[in-house]
Design a protein around this ligand. Sequence first.
Ligand code: GLN
Length: 231
Amino acid sequence: TAQAGEGKTYSIGTDITFAPFEFQENGKYVGIDMDLMAAIAKDQNFKYEIQPLGFNAALQGLQSGQLDGMIAGMSITDERKQTFDFSEPYYESGVVMATHQDNADIKSYEDLRGKRVAVKTGTEGYSFANSIKDKYGFTLVPFDDSAQMYQEVVSGNSAACFDDFPVIAYAIQKGLKLQTVTEKENGAPYGFAVNKGKNQELLQKFNAGLANLKASGEYDRIVANYLGNNK
Ligand code: GLN
């Protein structure tokens, strides 16, 4: 087609660190989202540039038109659908609470009364914690990225944090001193996003490329490369 391989380089926002979806390794951004994006761009013959702005900053960059698209373990929520158009879902997720691995006192949301709870601005984890904070009587302490939020709980400054289950589980498996003690909440799956009504050709290419990667087995290889069999 006329557009294929032509000049445009899409600017794609992502999170600073959200392993196994995006994180730095030897100065390079890797992860499931990063590998999917690369494989889809190759399959659909377009150019792009990754902007690791942080989750909330990327949301704002996308909304203001500074970014063409966003891939950041971003949940397809009904609220966001008013502002963004999403690809087909590509990964199941959901929010879960985590506490320090040595903490035996906090086993439920009731145990959070009077405590500080670390959250990450702009995320589903934040929205969920915010929706129950009055009922359970805890205070939110917001951070811009997951690493800082986890550190807040590891250091004992906050009693718990809320983040996506696959991300916390991966971090714990890699040695982060947290534990999950409650069941995960139902969550929305991840999707690639563009501004509502904008960059529809990019969205179509993402969907077409994703379908090809699923059909060829490449999608499964990318996920298994980071998660082995525990996906
Ligand atoms: N999945 C969550 C959301 O969309 C968190 C994403 C993230 O922190 N990168 O709100």
